[in-house]
Design a protein around this ligand. Sequence first.
Ligand SMILES: [Zn+2]
Length: 120
Amino acid sequence: MDFLWEMQQSSRISDASSKAHKAESRAKGLEFEVTQMRRQIDRLSLACQSMWELVREEAHLTERDLERKILEVDGRDGRIDGKISSRVIVCDNCGRNSHSRRDVCIMCGAELNRAHKFSV
Ligand SMILES: [Zn+2]
């Protein structure tokens, strides 16, 4: 009886150890992804700030103009939620529905007229 119990416990410990190693490996992978995403966000923030300052200076715009435009773009999907959501768009070439994150129609291959050029 003790031997059987010991065998079961040993098997459970081995399974738990294996799961812990897999979880640790997955966590390290996700940590790397988060680090990469932070770098991308930093680069995009820098590019956005630089573009905004160029446009503001050249076109004599104000921070208020920018805030008004951000709200307009944000609201295009029907929700002011601080992000650009994907949506269904209709292909100008074949009339079928496609996804706003795609560059080309999955049905006919035509280039899609995306409202948001920088959304991912
Ligand atoms: Zn199409």
